[in-house]
Design a protein around this ligand. Structure first.
Ligand code: MN
Length: 204
């Protein structure tokens, strides 16, 4: 049984950039729906009792389990996205090791933000833009639908931004660029990104 995770902020805390209405639908309907569907699919199977990460890794390599993979990866992707946001976003929370990598691969935080918007806009249909750490480099990559960097060997996920329309349609209608720009400028939890990098043993 996979338990749904609570948000680390209140539904209205991301306003005016993401409304309580959007976040309420996103967390309580979309995300909760993926959790419920996953639990239905894994009940009385070999997946029952495994951690979310184990379910994703085991189901990813077998097309027989595509439905399980899609639901499990969507649970993981959403938890990562919600944790990537904070009402107290501050670039002061960028650790020195993260800052070194940002300067090496993007030259500045501003350029990294522009890249996140550009790649987020390049996702055709539904998906996510991810910031990952791979082979001593930071990379900004588009992932379609439920695909997740968790299953890419050697890739450590640091940050995710959901660009499925349900993430912004109530607030911005079809204007994905406006949503992305506000998220990168006002809502990214740089402390979360820094701690994900630190867990990889990347020293200060
Ligand atoms: Mn979503």
């Amino acid at each position: 049984m996979i338990e749904a995770k609570s948000l680390k902020y209140n539904l209205s805390d991301l306003e005016p950039f993401i409304s309580a209405q959007t976040l309420s639908f996103h967390h309580q309907k979309h995300y909760q729906g993926y959790v419920n569907k996953l639990n239905e699919l894994i009940a009385h199977t070999d997946f029952e009792g495994l951690s979310l990460e184990e379910i994703i890794l085991r189901s990813a390599s077998d097309t027989l389990y595509t439905a399980v993979f899609n639901q499990a990866a969507q649970v993981y992707n959403h938890e990562f996205y919600f944790d990537s946001l904070s009402p107290a976003s501050s670039t002061k929370d960028i650790s020195s090791s993260l800052n070194k990598l940002i300067e090496k691969d993007f030259s500045s935080v501003e350029s990294l933000k522009e890249k996140l918007v550009e790649v987020g806009l390049s996702v055709f249909g539904s998906g996510y833009v991810w910031l990952v750490y791979e082979e001593d480099h930071l990379k900004v990559l588009p992932f379609s639908n439920a695909l997740t960097p968790l299953v890419k060997g050697g890739m450590t996920p640091l940050l995710a931004i959901d660009v499925w329309e349900h993430a912004y349609y109530l607030d911005k209608q079809n204007l994905r660029a406006a949503y992305l720009k506000e998220v990168v400028d006002h809502l990214l939890d740089w402390s979360f990104v820094s701690s994900n990098l630190k867990q990889m043993g990347v020293s200060e």
